[in-house]
Design a protein around this ligand. Structure first.
Ligand SMILES: *[C@@H]1O[C@H](CO)[C@@H](O)[C@H](O)[C@H]1NC(C)=O
Ligand SMILES: *[C@@H]1O[C@H](CO)[C@@H](O)[C@H](O)[C@H]1NC(C)=O
Ligand SMILES: *[C@@H]1O[C@H](CO)[C@@H](O)[C@H](O)[C@H]1NC(C)=O
Ligand SMILES: *[C@@H]1O[C@H](CO)[C@@H](O)[C@H](O)[C@H]1NC(C)=O
Ligand SMILES: *[C@@H]1O[C@H](CO)[C@@H](O)[C@H](O)[C@H]1NC(C)=O
Ligand SMILES: CC(=O)N[C@H]1CO[C@H](CO)[C@@H](O)[C@@H]1O
Length: 402
């Protein structure tokens, strides 16, 4: 760095502002709200203590921190709702346990945070959804999927951060993100067994500028799933597995869905997952737009279908596969994907016959399969990718063209 007058000036100004900030902060511990001071005890329900602490913290005109200290606490249901007067941090050091009974929250979420600006969820604590009993009841193949509570729900947050926490065994989606702008997930851990139904790690929709970095997600459904009306999602250095991969969609099922624009998956690793990166849209669908998807520097280990565009996504055969999806997919790049596939189908680009994929670029691919049926292969429909670098297996060789 060149140390000139200008940088010196900026530096001095920053020092001055930092001191000014420190001088205005309240003295001592006044910004810290420990829930045990609000009547939380390890064996009782901690919900009211959290809400009481939040009420005071939210009214504070300077930054405040709510602390749940080490230890295990029961929590029935909590909703933190802003707006608040100043930045607020919720620091979880201990474990919060949900009631194992799935009927305890017939509607709604377990832990919800709404309408906050500069909110931070931090700490190395655990949200334990105790979902085992609920998963057993959720047989989506036989009946409709049950409406079980999400684990953590973040709605209408601006400039906020979720970091270091663990979410374990949610009854349904672990984390749901809706209506947020400028939200970062850093170093989080999500775990649930491979058998748990519909326990998506993080589901994000109707949001802008969301980043997920340095995190580990293992679950029974998608590690990360993306719903409609989403702009600029960066997923970097995430390890996914077990689970169904990182998915855009499923889309097209409901009318009026807004575009998904800008999903970047970089330096991610998939281990023993059903899919790696995937886009899924329903056949016989409503219109939609998915554009600017960029997948780069991806490692797959023992992944059933490492790269998937599936525009005839129809689980449990609940749809008419003869009518095309009307979700338009364009500007997709898939570069530097390496590793091993658990089935022969390493690359599936099955685009819609109604609205073929456009602007698909495939870069270096090196995915191997060691089964007696033969080497890894690819299937392509209604897509004409451009190629850079080398592809193993050869992508769309002899493909049917649109
Ligand atoms: C978040 O930002 C939006 C758009 O700028 C604004 O309308 C909204 O009031 C903000 N929400 C909070 C809780 O600050
Ligand atoms: C995004 O959020 C971070 C963390 O709160 C904040 O530092 C940054 O200024 C925000 N950026 C914008 C563009 O709002
Ligand atoms: C998310 O990551 C991208 C790319 O690294 C960066 O440009 C953007 O500012 C980040 N956004 C937030 C909200 O941190
Ligand atoms: C991302 O992956 C590429 C290729 O494996 C590697 O060269 C690069 O250092 C990685 N970047 C980060 C930030 O981990
Ligand atoms: C590959 O994945 C399957 C399914 O998750 C698992 O049963 C198998 O043990 C894995 N193989 C290896 C070598 O990890
Ligand atoms: C936020 C959320 O949905 N958490 C779930 C985490 O798991 C507990 C148990 O399901 C559920 O009650 C919570 O709803």
């Amino acid at each position: 760095m060149e140390l000139n007058i200008k940088t010196l000036f900026v530096f001095t100004l920053m020092l001055f502002l930092a001191r000014l900030g420190a001088a205005q902060a309240p003295a001592g511990q006044s910004g810290v709200f420990d829930v045990t001071k609000f009547g939380a005890t390890p064996n009782g329900d901690i919900s009211k203590a959290i809400l009481d602490a939040f009420k005071e913290a939210c009214a504070s005109t300077s930054a405040s921190t709510i602390i749940v200290p080490k230890g295990t606490f029961q929590m029935k249901q909590v909703k933190l709702e802003g707006p608040c007067k100043a930045p607020l941090e919720f620091q979880l050091q201990g474990t919060l346990q949900a009631s194992p009974d799935p009927k305890i929250l017939p509607e709604g979420e377990w832990f919800t945070v709404n309408y906050l600006n500069q909110f931070t969820l931090s700490g190395t604590g655990i949200f334990d959804g105790q979902g085992k009993a609920a998963w057993a009841q959720n047989d989506c193949a036989k009946t409709k999927c049950a409406h079980l509570p999400y684990n953590l729900s973040f709605n209408f947050l601006n400039s906020s951060t979720i970091q270091d926490i663990t979410s374990k065994d949610s009854k349904n989606f672990h984390m749901n993100v809706n209506g947020c702008n400028n939200l970062t997930f850093n170093r989080i851990t999500i775990t649930a067994p491979k058998e748990s139904i519909n326990t998506d790690g993080i589901h994000i929709a109707r949001s802008k500028n969301v980043n997920i970095t340095d995190s580990v997600i293992g679950t029974g459904d998608d590690c990360i799933s993306v719903g409609d009306e989403l702009e600029q999602l960066h997923i970097t250095k995430v390890t996914c597995g077990p689970g169904h991969g990182i998915s855009v969609g499923s889309l097209g099922k409901t009318p009026g869905e807004k575009p998904v624009v800008g999903v970047y998956v970089k330096n991610c690793t998939f281990i023993n997952t059903d899919n790696g990166v995937r886009v899924k849209t329903w056949p016989a669908s409503h219109q939609g737009v998915v554009t600017e998807l960029h997948y780069e520097d991806i490692i797959v280990q023992n992944v059933s279908n490492p790269i998937v565009i599936d525009q005839i996504y129809c689980p449990y055969n609940q749809c008419n596969k003869d009518l095309p999806s009307l979700v338009k997919i364009s500007k997709v790049s898939i570069k530097n994907v390496k590793g091993t596939s658990r089935t022969q189908d390493a690359v599936l680009l099955l685009c819609s016959k109604g609205v073929p994929c456009e602007g698909v670029e495939v870069g270096d691919i090196d995915i191997t399969y060691n089964g007696k049926e033969g080497p890894a292969k690819t299937s392509c429909e209604n897509v004409k990718p451009t190629f850079v670098g080398k592809q193993n297996p050869p992508v769309c060789a002899g493909a049917q063209t649109a």
